[in-house]
Structures are given as C-alpha cells and as structure tokens.
Design a protein around this ligand. Structure first.
Ligand code: GDP
Ligand code: MG
Length: 597
C-alpha cells in the first residue's frame, strides 16, 4: 500500500470510557470480521483482561476501509493498555503511530487516565481526534465535555465526533475523520530496512511473535535481519498482519504495521524499541531506543504447599518468557521456605501474575507485602538497591536511605476533596497543585511510592465512593527517615511480615499490625505475644490469649452435621496455614495485616 493510503492510530481513553467497544465497532463496521464471528471485545484476548475489563498487551488490527471519496485505505489500530501500571507500554506503542482517537465518556468527562494517556499522545506528536462516546445515554452532555477537553487538555474540540460505540451511531464519521484528519505515515521505500520493534510475545506454535512498524524499506519473508541492540541475526520465516487473527503476507513496506516470526525462543531476546534492519548494508542509525520497563514493586511469592515449589518455578519461568517486564529470583524465607522474589510494574501487574499462577497453574500462593525499591547508602559510600526488607543491612552500617517518589494526579468531585486531601496527607504527601475543572477538583501530590503501592487506590475509591480517578508516574528518589520494622510472633521474627516504614509512623503502623494479627491468628492452647520492633526495640505489642475450650464444645445435643462442618472448616483452614515455631498463621494474615484503615 502506498503511504498516502495508510493511517496508523491508537485509541486513548480512561478505563471504561469505551475504547474496546469502539475498536470492536470499527472492526465490525468495516467488515474486517464477519458479523457471525464477532464476539465482544475482540482485542482483549486474555481471560483476566476480559474479566477486569482492561487490556494488558498492546494489540493491533489492520482494517481495510473504502472512504466516501472512493479511495481504499489501510487503517492500523494499535490498542494500548489503559492502566497506570502499563504506562510504559502505552508510550512505546504511541511511537509506532501518527494519530490518536481521544475517547471520552460524554456522561463522565475527562478523568486522570484520560489526561495521562493524552499527554503521551501529545508527546509522541500525534494528531488527535476527540470522540465523545456513549451519546445514547440520557446523562450524555457533549457540550460540557467538549468544553472540558478544551479547558483541561487544551486541544480544539469543536469538531469532536459524537459517538455511541454501543449503537454504532457516529462510527462512520469516526472512520472518515481518521482518513481526513490523521496524517499519513512517512517513509522511504528505497532505503535499507528500518523497523521498530513495538512489542513481542510468545506463541506456543510460532515461537516469539514480533510486532513491528516499518519506518523505511521492506520487510520480506525469507530475508535475514539484524536486531541492532544486540547485533543478533535472524532468518525471517513469516511476515504477516493482524485482522485481528494472523494473516500471512509476503512483505511489509514503509508505514505498515505487522509481525514477523524468526524462530526466536524467548521474548527476552527481543528488546522493545529495538531497530530491525538488513543483515548486510543495513541502516547505520538506529531509532531512539526506548527505555526498558523497570519493575518498581517487589514481593515474595511462596507456594502454600511447599511440595509445589518446582511447579511454581515452572509457572514463573513460563510467564516470564512472555513478559519481559516481570523479573524474579529465588528467595528463601525462614518463615515461608522456598519461593521467589518477583518484580512488577505495579500492583495490577502483580495481581495479574499472581492470579494467573493460581488459576492457570493451580498453585495456591502466599504473597508477602509488596515493597518498593529503596536505595541504601552505606557508610563506606557504596549504594545498593533493597528489593526485600528482609535483606536490610545492619542500621549501624547505613548512612541513609532513599525512597522512590511519585507525582499523583487525582480528579475528584468537590464534595470528596476533603477526604482525598486527608488521605494524601496521611500518606506523607506534599500537595503541589489544586485546580478546578468544572465541579471537579484536580489535585497533584508528591507522594512516596511505598505509601501508594499497597492499598492507596482501594482507599481512594472507598473514600470517594468510586468517583475519583487517579494516575501517577515516578519522579525520582529522595532521602527520608526510613527504618525496618520487624514483627515477632511468639518471640520469633516472621521475616515475611517485616516492612520498611517512616520512623514517625512506625509506632502507629506497628500497633495497627499487631492488632490486626491478633484478630487474624487463631488462638492456640498457649498465650502468644505479638510484637513490632525496630532493631531490638519493641514499639508495639499485643497478646493473644490462650484457647480454653474445644471450639466444637458448643455444638451440643448431637448436632453431628454441624460439628462435622466445623471440623471440616478447621481442616480446610489448616491447609492454608503456615507454622512459625509453634504458631499457625493463616495465609490471609500476610496481606490483611498490612492494610491500613
Ligand atoms: P474500555 O475500558 O475503555 O475498553 O471500555 P469498554 O469498551 O470495555 O466499555 C466499558 C463499558 O461501557 C462497557 O460496559 C460497554 O458496554 C459500555 N459502553 C461502551 N460504549 C458505550 C456506548 O456508546 N454506550 C453505552 N451505553 N455503553 C457503552
Ligand atoms: Mg478495554
């Protein structure tokens, strides 16, 4: 296809504003997929994604469209993830296209992720077409939302397209606008091959599938290519496009988006942002490389049943093959035995991986408290990264600690503003900005990441009854007075419960932990002290009193079923317990104990 008849675009939106539905409708309207094969949310392929309504992998689809001017166009849509954890994946797919549809739910208006994503599109120099979705709903208010887009984002919304992705209204106008408003890609057919590696994933039959955007030259089946970041050579066995299922083609030219396979075994061998060129007489100048995604949240994953350790290793190995942003190494915990210390892009990423291990590999897991990466500056001048509070060196050897900070943008209706400010303040936040967009306040806070990773988002949703939206990005490291707090149960330290806290908040957190654990740990035949300590100093303590009677004693009068049930329940509970010295601690204690109220 000649460049003038190609349009490459992505859709940016806040979650639930209708990105996937709109993508489906564009695919359907153009007959890319026959009606009978149409299933909802074509581009969201993974089960978990579907359940949670989020798109995790960037997906792509090639759409043939005959415009009102009679010309045939090829439209390439790259669908991008909508969640903060995957901001990096958004940024890289943005670089592969020239334009964006900015979808805003016309019953809701601009939200925090709308802003975050549209800024990425602006940074990638996109032409942006605003689309006001859900106009079929009575609460739709296009004028207000168009004005808000102009005020808050600062782009012209007079030509915003009014759409119902549900009924199909405005879909034709959207397609026309893609053709008329978005620029055609540029590229040189006669130059050596220069292709951008946009994404890659593992396929059981084809090996690694590499999503590419051709900048210059031609990618052909059978040719040898070089990946410039590591100078590896590969023989291209297949070239194709997504419609959205794979379809083989002989070649891809400038401006086109498609995939190649080259018998590559591991996703790790394909660096996102890499430049692919001819093995000989290739291009000299690589594209600006993207920075690889760095895990920012770490936690331990341990099998509940320690005999499943090898199965867990297997599961993690397989998942890592397909997810270069997920890192892991073996970990031994005195309390939990053998497991893995894993790194994630954020909490959602953590949850997705954990769910997949439990669901697809049927391994029950104990997840330890998520921790951010601290920088430890030793007295001798060395700096090390701390991924696990259990590895904290002796404080006397440490000069100071630095922790990662974020800039958080929160949009919230007026009436909840007070609660949001209090929440941010409680989490050691520093207010940077407070402005209004209509009746909604936009607050910007500088916050320590470690106060956000655990349950900030849940708390925010609960204090604002779900009306706040939230987005953040990392800003860097800053020194603060941080200490390691250990938890002792029956005088034994439970390494999996130790955590880094700010010194000023240690007593409060320690007390809360001990109280929680007192409720979470079942009573035993003996008294159990539960303590929080910094170094050797106990800062909080609770005592779990001894169990006096058999719990089944109250099932008098021969109610055998009830008694049986209770015993079964106890037995089931046992399975999920871990023994620490003489004490059984139930699995949920590890997570629940760390939630702050
Ligand atoms: P995404 O998170 O941006 O991908 O949003 P989805 O496409 O998954 O849509 C979120 C919800 O809004 C789903 O329940 C859709 O059925 C619904 N939805 C999407 N577009 C429309 C629309 O135009 N009208 C109505 N009434 N509902 C819509
Ligand atoms: Mg979606």
């Amino acid at each position: 296809t000649d460049l003038a008849h190609i349009r490459n675009f992505s859709i940016v939106a806040h979650i639930d504003h209708g990105k996937s539905t709109l993508a489906d409708r564009l695919i359907q309207e153009t007959g890319t997929v026959k009606d009978r094969d149409m299933k909802e949310q074509l581009l969201d392929s993974m089960d978990i994604e579907r359940e949670r309504g989020i798109t995790i992998k960037a997906n792509t689809v090639r759409i043939d469209y005959t415009a009102d001017n009679g010309e045939h166009y090829v439209l390439n849509l790259i669908d991008t993830p909508g969640h903060v954890d995957f901001a990096y994946e958004v940024s890289r797919s943005m670089r592969a296209v020239e334009g964006s549809l900015l979808v805003v739910d016309s019953t809701q208006g601009v939200e925090a992720q709308t802003l975050a994503n549209v800024y990425q599109a602006i940074e990638a120099d996109h032409e942006i077409v605003p689309v006001l979705n859900k106009i079929d709903l009575p609460a739709s208010d296009c004028d207000r939302v168009a004005e808000q887009i102009e005020d808050v984002i600062g782009i012209d919304a007079t030509d915003a397209i009014q759409v119902s992705a549900k009924t199909g209204q405005g879909i034709h106008a959207t397609l026309e606008s893609i053709v008329t408003h978005l620029p055609a890609p540029k590229g040189n057919l006669d130059a050596p091959l220069k292709a951008m590696l946009v994404d890659s994933w593992y396929d059981a039959y084809l090996g690694v599938i590499v999503l590419v955007r051709i900048m210059d030259g031609t990618l052909k089946r059978g040719m040898r290519v070089k990946f410039m970041s590591n100078n590896t050579l590969h023989h291209v066995d297949r070239v194709g496009v997504f419609r959205p299922e794979m379809e083989m083609v002989d070649s891809l030219g400038p401006g086109e988006i498609g995939f190649l396979t080259a018998s590559i075994k591991q996703v790790r061998d394909t660096r996102v942002g890499d430049t692919i060129t001819n093995d000989r007489n290739g291009t000299e100048v690589a594209l600006d490389g993207f920075k690889p995604a760095q895990p920012v949240v770490f936690c331990g994953l341990f099998p509940v049943d320690s005999s499943e350790f090898e199965d867990l290793r297997d599961a993690i190995d397989k998942l890592a093959l397909n997810d270069a942003s997920f890192s892991f190494e073996m970990e031994t915990s005195a309390a939990l035995g053998f497991g893995f210390r894993c790194g994630f892009l954020g909490l959602l990423h953590l949850e997705v991986i954990r769910d997949r291990i439990e669901r697809e590999y049927d391994i029950e897991l104990i997840t330890t408290a998520p921790s951010v990466v601290y920088h430890i500056f030793m007295r001798d001048g060395a700096m090390t990264e701390l991924h696990n509070p259990a590895d904290m060196p002796d404080m006397t050897l440490v000069d100071h600690l630095e922790e990662p900070r974020i800039k958080a943008t929160i949009l919230v209706p007026d009436e909840y503003l007070g609660d949001v400010l209090k929440l941010c303040q409680d989490r050691r936040g520093i207010q940077e900005d407070l402005t209004y967009a209509g009746t909604r306040a936009m607050v910007v806070y500088d916050l320590p990441l470690n106060e956000v990773v655990f349950d900030f988002y849940d708390r925010l949703k609960s204090v604002t009854k779900g009306y706040a939206s939230f987005d953040y990005h990392m800003t860097g490291y800053r020194e603060d007075n941080l200490v390691k707090m250990s938890i002792l149960v029956n005088d034994e330290p439970v390494d999996a419960l130790s955590m880094m806290v700010h010194r000023d908040r240690a007593e409060m957190r320690g007390r809360a932990m001990c109280e929680k654990l007192k409720d979470l740990i079942p009573r035993h035949m003996f008294k159990i002290p539960i303590q929080a300590a910094i170094g050797g100093k106990v800062i909080a303590r609770e005592t779990l009193s001894a169990l006096r009677k058999d719990v089944t004693a109250k099932c008098y009068g021969g109610d055998a079923t009830r008694k049986r049930k209770l015993l079964d329940k106890q037995k089931a509970g046992k399975k999920k317990m871990r023994q620490f010295g003489k004490v059984d601690i139930p699995q949920e204690a590890f997570i629940s104990a760390l939630k702050m109220d």
